[in-house]
Design a binder for this molecule. Structure first.
Ligand code: RP5
Length: 162
């Protein structure tokens, strides 16, 4: 069953957001990728968010850039947890996206991750950690992911001595 939605404001966000999709795939987590622009598709945004829980989504990952209202407006329309990914922009380097996503008013949370690729990967890992609360097999996959990462870091340090 598809539990995670990866939503982005534009196809131009895909090079960043595919990092989230790929990380979910590595962990075997079924997900849908969707483009829903907060500003260009406001009715579609509202409909998607209002039906998200009944459509089986446990977590929404939402990436947008610039005046990045997508994560916040999704969160305004659902109680499914929303993780916001600030997409790096050419004009302001993603600081605009970050501030747009992170400064939510009290009462409507968006869990905001780092700008760009690291944020997209971490959004997927964070979503996986939420799903793993009731999924021991997923806990094991997350531990394996961490161990592999640690091993790569150790090996990369060893290469400095070669
Ligand atoms: C935002 O505007 C999107 O999330 C994207 O990051 C940015 C630019 O969109 P495009 O003009 O490339 O479609 O809504």
């Amino acid at each position: 069953m598809t539990k995670v939605a990866v939503v982005m404001g534009s196809t131009s966000d895909w090079p960043t957001m595919q990092g989230a999709a790929q990380t979910l795939l590595k962990l075997g987590i079924a997900h849908d990728n969707k483009v829903i622009s907060a500003h260009r598709m406001p009715d579609e945004l509202s409909t998607f968010a209002k039906h998200a829980r009944q459509n089986g989504y446990d977590v929404i990952i939402a990436g947008a850039g610039g005046a990045a209202h997508l994560p916040g407006m999704l969160a305004a329309n659902t109680t499914v947890p929303v993780i916001g990914v600030p997409v790096k922009t050419r004009t302001l380097n993603g600081v605009d996206s970050l501030l747009s996503i992170v400064q939510m008013p009290s009462g409507v949370p968006v869990g905001t991750v780092a700008v760009g690729d690291a944020g997209a990967t971490n959004a997927a890992l964070y979503a996986a950690e939420m799903l793993a609360i009731r999924d021991d097999a997923l806990v094991q996959k997350l531990q394996t992911y961490r161990q592999a990462q640690t091993q790569r870091a150790i090996e990369s340090e060893a290469k400095l001595d070669d």
